[in-house]
Design a binder for this molecule. Structure first.
Ligand code: ZN
Length: 238
């Protein structure tokens, strides 16, 4: 296959770059990657001008996809794990204080998140310690929230699913074909009402695999204001 060609289309005065791979395919295909790159596969005979005009016709969709993926990228600068940074737990902001101590530990005092370490350990160590601390909270809180959210679904025959907590890059949760509820560890930074929305969203998938009318109706019955919570989740974090 030939090397990709770099092209761009104009969207409201801003050039949107994309790469094109030509092959013996009959149709044009556009993919927006989670990194925000636009990748086009085109028939080998298509001209650059033809490709640009056809990709531009999908401009609104492309821009929307990129905005959607953007929301997943941290808005705050990457964490340095230095005193003074803000870290969230259950929707509440805490100010990190790193202090020297005889042992390794994390605790909350008022609005401060205090990390003690025997000597100046640095970013990687602190990130590992805090991730472990977040994981402990997730394992305590997510099962509690699942218990609280489950009843309207249980009445329809949904059994309490196996709960899996792990790091996920592009979603807050999923409901697997084997009936497990998977939640993104990062969700422990969000407030309980937002955690509840994600759990209910996924539990509704136990009966309705798609986001169709049945799913929506069931979710609305469980969490009437789920749309507001969804917006908040997309706006707020992290
Ligand atoms: Zn869904």
């Amino acid at each position: 296959m030939a090397a990709p060609t770099e092209l761009a289309f104009d969207w409201g005065g801003t050039p949107v770059p994309f790469s094109v791979r030509r092959s013996e395919r009959p149709t044009l295909r556009i993919v927006v990657t989670p990194e925000g790159e636009v990748v086009v596969s085109a028939p080998s005979h298509a001209s650059d001008a033809d490709i640009i005009s056809r990709v531009r016709r999908r401009g609104a969709w492309i821009v929307r996809q990129r905005a959607r993926f953007d929301r997943w990228r941290p808005r705050t600068p990457p964490r340095q794990y230095e005193s003074g940074e803000t870290h969230l737990l259950l929707g509440r902001p805490y100010r990190l204080l790193v202090e020297a101590g005889t042992s390794i530990g994390v605790r909350i005092e008022g609005s401060r998140l205090i990390l003690t370490e025997p000597d100046n350990k640095g970013l990687v160590f602190r990130r590992t310690v805090l991730r472990h601390w977040y994981r402990l909270h997730a394992h305590r809180i997510f099962p509690e929230r699942l218990r609280a959210v489950l009843p309207p679904f249980a009445r329809l025959g949904v059994e309490r699913p196996r709960l899996v907590i792990r790091e996920m890059t592009h979603r807050w949760g999923s409901f697997t074909a084997k009936g497990a509820l998977v939640l993104n560890l990062e969700l422990v930074r969000a407030s309980p009402s937002l955690i509840d929305y994600v759990i209910a969203h996924e539990l509704a998938h136990a009966l309705h695999p798609d986001h169709g009318w049945g799913w929506e109706e069931l979710l609305t019955r469980a969490i009437p204001d789920w749309r507001a919570r969804k917006d908040e989740l997309e706006r707020e974090l992290l």
